[in-house]
Design a protein around this ligand. Structure first.
Ligand code: PLP
Length: 387
């Protein structure tokens, strides 16, 4: 364990990512406000302020958003709040972070692992329609892969035509994935590596009537906090859990939110510039995730490239290892190749996901990466591609 952590701490290694967390100085006013309030959890003033600010940005009412302790529990609670029968079939892309599928299983359902589009790396409404025609589905949990937003109009049409609820795991897509003027359910992460970092945290945005409120209730053990329903105020109305966002995390999230525009802009500039350099160094042999109808990534936090072949990827990985540059095979192996998952899932054919996963590499990407560090990577890219 210590051995694996060492490279990151070694100043000679170029890290994969460096979180943009607020500094202690920036945080201090928010923490002082929290302490004056004498409120540290349980939907305190900072959580309510954060929810109000986010509701405004999504152009929905405050009853259509709820903060949560993390996106994984958010997905679980959204699935619970949909009231699907036990062992429902939930379509999930095979190319995603493990939490997308584990949330489905823990909510008592069966993930149906699907392919993704070869350009956007997203599970699309067209693919979901085909899967639904082949085997009856009960819901869809698509993913904003690496923060790439979905076209919500397409998913709203799918919901309308099929009657199936659609949820977007938009964990890494804060600032990129919006409702786009239609109905939808989005789950965001505020983990330190995502685009609105709070350390740990999450957000559910949903125009589905009552859904955000039920998730909020579930996040507070399932205790009813509404005076105007059948169940008495303060008694148990649902089998919930504890997934509340604390005031400490809300303080960090609010601070991050106030800095978000500038940091997102800087990340977009860095991404464009870095991709240019990598394209030149590789003779345009790298390929990139392509934005679809849903728009572009507004606050990229990862940089993933596809190499022309599996052997070129290995060559680049080995070169980077020798030059002390961290790389990562994000979202790999595919979910349908993980022993723990595949026996609990229904597997569809995933030719695009397999092609992507054999050639994808995550490269160092963080604000403050130096020109010297970038040149070190570019040398390895040139070498691996014999360019
Ligand atoms: C990060 C991530 C999650 C988990 O988010 P947490 O807030 O850390 O629980 C889930 N799904 C995807 C696609 C992610 O990238």
């Amino acid at each position: 364990m210590t051995k694996r952590l060492l490279p990151k701490l070694d100043p000679e290694w170029i890290p994969l990512l460096v979180p943009d967390m607020p500094t202690p100085e920036e945080l201090l006013p928010w923490l002082e406000q929290m302490h004056r309030n004498r409120y540290y959890s349980n939907f305190g003033p900072l959580v309510r302020e954060l929810e109000a600010e986010l509701a405004k940005r999504f152009n929905v009412g405050t009853d259509q958003v709820t903060t949560i302790s993390n996106a994984t529990l958010g997905l679980e609670m959204v699935l619970q709040a949909l009231n699907l029968p036990a062992m429902s079939r939930v379509l999930v892309p095979a190319f995603t972070f493990v939490a997308t599928a584990t949330a489905v299983i823990r909510a008592g359902h069966v993930p149906v692992l699907a392919d993704v589009d070869e350009n956007t790396w997203l599970l699309t409404p067209e693919m979901a329609r085909a899967a639904h025609a082949d085997l009856r589905l009960d819901a869809v949990l698509s993913v904003a892969t690496f923060g790439m937003p979905h076209d919500m109009q397409g998913w709203a049409r799918f919901e309308h035509d099929t009657g199936l609820p659609v949820v977007i795991d938009a964990a890494g897509a804060y600032g990129s994935q919006w409702l786009q003027g239609v109905h939808g359910t989005l789950v965001f992460s505020m983990h330190t590596t995502k685009s609105l970092p709070a350390g740990e945290g999450g957000l559910v945005v949903s125009t589905r009537p009552g859904l955000a409120a039920r998730v909020r209730q579930c996040s507070n053990f399932g205790i009813n906090l509404h005076p105007d329903v059948d169940v008495a105020f303060g008694t148990l109305a649902d089998t919930g859990t504890n997934a509340k966002m604390s005031e400490y995390h809300a303080a960090v999230a609010l601070c991050s939110l106030h800095k978000w525009d500038q940091l997102a802009f800087n990340r977009r500039v860095l991404q464009a510039d870095f991709i240019n350099q990598l394209n030149q160094a590789s003779g345009n042999k790298l390929s990139w995730q392509i934005a679809g109808e849903g728009g572009m990534q507004m606050a990229p936090t990862l940089l993933c490239a596809r190499l022309p072949s599996a052997s070129a990827r290995i060559a680049l990985e080995q070169g980077c290892q020798r030059s002390r540059i961290m790389t990562r095979r994000w979202y790999q192996p595919l979910l349908n190749q993980m022993p723990v998952l595949k026996t609990k899932c229904h597997l569809l054919d995933t030719p695009n996901a397999e092609m992507i996963s054999q050639t994808l590499i995550g490269l160092p990407f963080f604000l403050g990466i130096t020109e010297e560090q970038r040149q070190r990577l570019l040398i390895e890219v040139r070498r691996a591609l014999n360019y």
